[in-house]
Write a protein that binds this ligand. Structure first.
Ligand code: BGC
Length: 354
């Protein structure tokens, strides 16, 4: 196992952005930027031993700052949408920055992904990044100390550890917004990828993609991934929920877990490359998003991104939880840490895979 560092570019104010590379004994490589604690590449061998980079992304700091759609980045302090850009907390309502449709707050206005994180290598197989959210930034209360840890194991698992603690009561819901393509970042769309998600319902959304509070059972709908199926099989079905997102862009309500236990919640495989990925989390939800709005961008190696060039499985508390007391709560008391782990584990269907 080794961790290397190189300069990736500079921020508009001239501060350097570094890219760290971790490599395990099987030759799997993961690179991470200090900008946004962004996962920039995950390089895994396919069933024929050919290395493929499974992450969509960019080659410059400027692209990450201006065109990224949160690609690979850590999102926080509260991922996904908050209705009315208002955060009710105790007797107060905090006004958040409206960055969508002039009325919603999406992904905390991109705060964590546009921030420069401080990196540390505590162990040969681990990279630790920290960022402090100033009290009130983008409207979110509390000075929040955040640590994100990336660990690459020799079993081809990438573990993401989240730790955040605030000096005031606040909402915390951190995730990573990686877009995966198990055939490689420049391999067209992901409609042939076969997906399983262990959820019996999604959170139904209104036309602004804000949860209505109702849970929408997946049974008999295009959202049913309880038994694996290709993403493309039902993606164009006439379903009112599917039309809202322009394709899958919904929070899946994961089956119950014992509090704090990280369990497998989803798996994706590509028949073409033979690569599969299993996903684990201790959180109650996962946003399954298939990059419905990616076309028109140019990504790594100057390759154009197509519509649905990547899929995301963003582990999370349900969207707009601050307005939904019936959802599992993501309100954290002063000094009470948000602690969570997501694991993305990779393998291939090659019979002699080591
Ligand atoms: C949201 C999408 C949004 C995307 C932005 C996802 O988490 O669910 O609606 O377009 O982030 O990249």
């Amino acid at each position: 196992m080794s961790v290397l560092r190189r300069e990736f570019g500079t921020m508009p104010d001239g501060s350097p952005v570094y890219e760290y590379e971790m490599e395990n004994r099987r030759g799997m490589r993961v690179t991470v930027l200090t900008l946004g604690a962004t996962l920039r590449s995950i390089i895994v061998k396919d069933r024929d031993g050919k290395a493929r980079d499974l992450l969509l992304g960019f080659d410059t700091v400027e692209d990450y700052l201006t065109r990224s759609d949160y690609q690979g980045a850590v999102v926080g302090p509260v991922a996904n949408r908050i209705a009315g850009a208002e955060l009710p907390l105790g007797s107060k309502t905090y006004e958040l920055v409206k960055n969508e449709k002039d009325k919603l707050c999406l992904h905390s206005n991109g705060e964590y992904n546009a921030a420069l994180w401080r990196a540390l290598i505590p162990d040969a197989d681990r990279l630790e990044l920290t960022y402090v959210h100033p009290d009130g930034a983008n409207g979110f209360p509390g000075e929040i100390k955040n640590t994100v840890t990336y660990t690459l194991t020799d079993n081809n698992e990438l573990k993401i550890g989240y730790y955040a603690v605030s000096d005031r009561d606040t909402y915390l819901n951190l995730t990573n917004h990686a877009y995966f393509n198990l055939n490689g970042f420049d391999s067209g769309d992901v409609l042939d990828h076969v997906v399983r998600i262990d959820a019996d319902a999604i959170t139904e959304v209104d036309p602004d993609s804000i949860p209505t509070g109702r849970l929408y059972p997946v049974e008999g709908t295009p959202f049913d991934f309880r038994t694996e199926k290709p993403i493309g099989r039902d993606v164009n079905a006439e379903d009112p929920q599917l039309l809202i997102g322009g394709g899958y862009d919904h929070n899946y309500c994961l089956r119950e877990n014992e509090a704090g236990v990280c369990r497998e919640i989803a798996a994706v495989r590509s028949p073409e490359s033979g690569i599969n990925m299993h996903v684990y989390t201790d959180l109650p939800g996962v946003q399954f998003y298939i990059g419905n709005f990616l076309d028109g961008r140019t990504g790594k190696a100057d390759k154009p991104m197509v519509k649905r060039a990547g899929f995301c499985l963003e582990t999370q508390f349900y969207p707009d939880t601050p307005h939904r007391p019936e959802f599992p709560s993501c309100l954290f008391k002063k000094g009470e840490p948000f602690v969570s782990e997501t694991v993305y584990a990779f393998a291939t269907d090659a019979p002699d895979a080591d």
